[in-house]
Design a protein around this ligand. Structure first.
Ligand code: SAM
Length: 363
């Protein structure tokens, strides 16, 4: 499938994204782009900044960044990804959208074949924390960016209720095959946007999260002298939720999504603040009590799933997928609600799920 040699985790990552992005129809793809327009506008970034520019979509996935930049008037966009399936999806999408100034190439971001300072804008959205060497990739995309060029960067922020739930799901589904899971969710007619989000979080080979200070320090050191996170976005962006929040809400959102649109105004000055790895966790981060409280009911659910599994005497992947989907959907719907995050409602949901599994074990 691939000309690039991928390690085991990267192979899972390639399937995780390749097999979900290829499912998008045009309508759901357009909906998938829409949040970018909201984020640009809310953070006062003029979308005309792409006009006439030579842009790199680093880790292009299904191509939504590429299409966005083309729609905003980019002169040329090159999308790069290590998944051949994704590159094919991108090529078809560009054709469907009528853009002939987009091309897609298979490379790893750890080693880009482009000259120094050859792009006006680099778009790297939701990619670095999924790579085998995020810091190396960040250095590479900085290298190919022109002096005074702009970098759009999105990485996950550490901590908070969402990632606690995701970490639990990843443990629960560690013996489930990603392809089987995608088929089961499709059979259940889960909307494609949800499938893509769940599979991304549940199975991506690497899933690091960072603090703003770790990323900001590194960006400044690499020459983005005025790098500051973008605070605003859609209602469910955890960075946005932190803006209109009390202490509990801030604790529940953790560090919040980390997005930057920053200009390379200086030269790299050293390597003191490399992006941290900490055994694949990213930045060190201490969860507040309010988030730690969720661990107990989740552990209860794990215990009862294990009892059910031993009662039936065989693995129960589908059962686990249904449970994980139910919990993920609940957390997401609470995030999408404009009200304060309703932690009580989440606790009640976890208890209900737990009671049902327990009832099932004792039948
Ligand atoms: C979460 S997706 C983001 C896709 C896209 N940027 C978006 O916002 O929709 C991450 C993408 O990074 C790609 N990827 C991960 N590691 C990579 C690497 N080392 N080199 C190139 N692509 C990589 C994956 O194949 C996947 O398509």
């Amino acid at each position: 499938m691939n000309n690039i040699e991928l390690n085991e985790k990267e192979q899972i990552t390639a399937i995780t994204y390749g097999d979900t992005f290829s499912l998008y129809d045009e309508k759901s793809f357009d909906e998938f782009i829409e949040p970018f327009y909201i984020r640009l506008e809310k953070n006062n970034i003029d979308k005309n900044i792409f006009e006439g520019k030579r842009c790199l979509d680093a880790g292009c996935g299904g191509g939504r960044g590429s299409i966005l930049m083309a729609q905003c008037g980019a002169d040329k966009v090159i999308g790069v990804d290590f998944s051949e399936t994704n590159l094919n999806s991108c090529r078809e999408r560009a054709k469907q959208k009528g853009f002939s100034n987009l091309s897609f190439e298979q490379h790893s971001l750890t080693d880009l074949p482009f000259d120094d300072e050859s792009f006006d804008i680099v778009w790297c959205n939701g990619v670095l924390m999924h790579t085998s060497d995020p810091d190396k990739c960040l250095q590479e995309i900085t290298r190919v960016l022109k002096k005074n060029g702009y970098l759009w960067l999105y990485v996950y922020g550490s901590g908070g209720v969402y990632w606690s739930m995701v970490d639990w799901v990843r443990k629960t589904l560690c013996d489930v095959d990603v392809k089987d899971c995608i088929y089961q969710l499709r059979i259940m007619e889960i909307p494609i946007r949800r499938i893509a989000e769940w599979i991304d979080d549940w199975f991506a080979g690497y899933l690091r999260r960072y603090t703003n200070s770790d990323v900001k320090n590194r960006l400044k050191e690499l020459g983005f002298e005025n790098a500051e996170r973008l605070n605003y976005g859609t209602v469910y962006d955890t960075s946005q939720r932190r803006q209109v929040a009390d202490e509990d809400e801030i604790a529940l959102m953790g560090e919040g999504d980390l997005r930057y649109f920053c200009q390379k105004t200086g030269e790299p000055v050293g390597n003191q603040f490399r992006l941290p790895d900490n055994n694949g966790k990213g930045s060190l981060f201490t969860e507040p009590e309010i988030v730690l409280h969720l661990i107990e009911p989740l552990e209860e659910i794990s215990k009862n799933l294990a009892i059910l599994e031993s009662k039936w005497g065989h693995p129960i992947p589908t059962y686990k997928i249904i449970v994980c989907g139910s919990i993920h959907r609940k957390v997401r719907s609470l995030l999408e609600n404009e009200e304060q995050f309703d932690i009580q409602s989440l606790s009640e949901h976890l208890n209900r799920v737990n009671l049902l599994i327990k009832e099932n074990t004792s039948e």
